[in-house]
Design a protein around this ligand. Structure first.
Ligand SMILES: O=C(O)C1=C[C@@H](OP(=O)(O)O)[C@@H](O)[C@H](O)C1
Ligand SMILES: C=C(OP(=O)(O)O)C(=O)O
Length: 409
């Protein structure tokens, strides 16, 4: 499905939207619930990725296909490896078969897991024979994906001797590791994290517990972008907290520079994003190693504002749903931008020209579709394969209509 987006004379002011629960929190809680059935989850994510993970957790034998869901692939690999008696072939989309998993497989093997590669060494698909993981000490690289570490931490309390992780290299996407540990803590599972070592004690049962998932901050980023690109606009998003487990709540600070003010309201736990007068920098600079999922949103906001941007810490972007650095460069240049990329950075030159009626390719990446959509505030554009948004935010296009954009399918 290709769609065209445009803006009528004015967007609707003060639209209030309920955003789906955090995909990252939900995916962690689903694994924990499979291990500790006393756990109940509220405001779960409606994303395809969470649905695929929930469905996979019902399987013990046969093939599990997680499509494009990276966290599901990594978390389930650890989960099945530790599920005594499970015999599973876990696979995913063509792209998933290019996303590395060797660091996690090696770590699980150090614990005693029985995992073999079905095609290429280091990549899915994997054949997993679940077994009791008797060892409890692992050393692994922390600079490629935090998902490998979270996957191990999620099964850690269910292992007979718990787990002691030693991390090497600079820890990337760190807030996601902290989110995993905070959720363990909320279930009464003790841990210790100091320097490069994380220790989780074993625990066989938890007390009855209900956790309400906060709404998804990465999904909120597209509304920050729309507000930044508008002259006067207010949008209310529900249900958010001042104390978030999600690293992408850094949006509150990251968008101040481009004139978006965030206020928290106890009523319906909402945030209100509002455009305020501000002097824009000539070039926006940020290191996004802790918040990789909002890099595309920020790059497109800067382009729409006509300011330059210099984003660093982007080394994980090349192994996500697509090579996001390359995809950003190609699509921003179609629109008239001038972009230089390295292995870990993106440099956009300031420019006020935006080519209109361009068709944006989305590369099976939900965040390509959603990050470019706000540019419709500045002029009409087309988004190809717009259905990709369901990976994390199935009602994204309806939300765009509610804000006042014209969405033609
Ligand atoms: O653990 C998680 O829920 C995630 C971790 C991050 O991945 P990396 O650690 O691979 O950067 C992030 O990009 C992804 O969308 C979700
Ligand atoms: C990278 C992402 O997800 P995953 O790695 O779980 O596929 C994402 O949602 O941006």
């Amino acid at each position: 499905m290709n769609i065209t987006l445009s803006k009528p004379s004015a967007l609707k002011n003060s639209t209030s939207l309920q955003i789906t629960g955090s995909k990252s929190e939900t995916n962690r809680l689903l694994i924990l619930q499979a291990l500790y059935p006393n756990l109940s989850i509220e405001n779960s994510s409606k994303s395809d990725d969470s649905k695929v993970l929930q469905q996979a957790l019902k399987t013990t034998n046969g093939t599990v296909d997680v499509h494009h869901a990276g966290t599901a692939m990594r978390f389930l690999t650890a989960y099945f490896a530790a599920s005594h008696g499970a015999d599973v072939l876990i696979t995913g989309s063509q792209r998933m078969q290019q996303r590395p998993i060797g660091i996690l497989v090696d770590a699980l093997r150090q614990l005693g897991a029985k995992i073999s590669y079905v095609k290429e060494v280091g990549y899915p698909p994997l054949h997993i024979h679940g077994t009791e993981l008797k060892n409890n000490k692992v050393t692994l690289k922390a600079d490629v994906s935090s998902q490998f570490i979270s996957a191990l931490l999620l099964i850690a309390p269910s292992l007979p001797s718990g787990l002691e992780l030693s991390l090497t290299g600079t820890i990337t996407s760190r807030p996601y590791i902290e989110m995993t540990l905070s959720l363990l803590e909320q279930l009464g599972i003790p841990y210790h994290f100091a320097e490069n070592k994380i220790v989780v004690r074993p625990i066989s049962e938890i007390q009855e517990k209900t956790i309400t998932v906060e709404s998804d901050w990465s999904s909120a980023s597209y509304f920050y972008s729309i507000v930044a690109l508008s002259e006067h606009l207010k949008i209310r998003l529900r249900s958010y907290r001042t104390e978030s487990l999600q690293g992408d709540s850094a949006l509150v600070d990251l968008y101040k520079t481009v004139g978006v003010e965030t206020t928290f309201h106890a009523e319906k736990n909402s945030i209100v994003l509002q455009k305020i007068n501000t002097t824009l920098p000539e070039t926006y600079t940020a290191n996004l190693a802790n918040t990789p999922d909002i890099a595309q949103t920020i790059a497109v906001t800067c382009f729409g504002l006509g300011i330059g941007c210099e984003l660093k810490g982007l080394h994980t972007l090349k192994i996500k749903e697509t090579d996001r650095l390359l995809a950003l460069k190609i699509e921003l240049e179609k629109l008239g931008g001038n972009v230089t990329i390295t292995e870990e950075s993106l440099l956009l030159a300031p420019s006020i020209k935006i080519n209109k009626h361009i068709a944006i390719d989305t590369y099976n990446d939900h965040r390509m579709a959603m990050a470019f959509a706000p540019l419709a505030v500045r002029g009409p554009l087309q988004i190809n394969h717009a259905e990709v948004v369901s990976k994390s935010f199935p009602t994204f296009w309806e939300a765009m209509e509610k804000v006042g954009l014209t969405v033609s399918r």
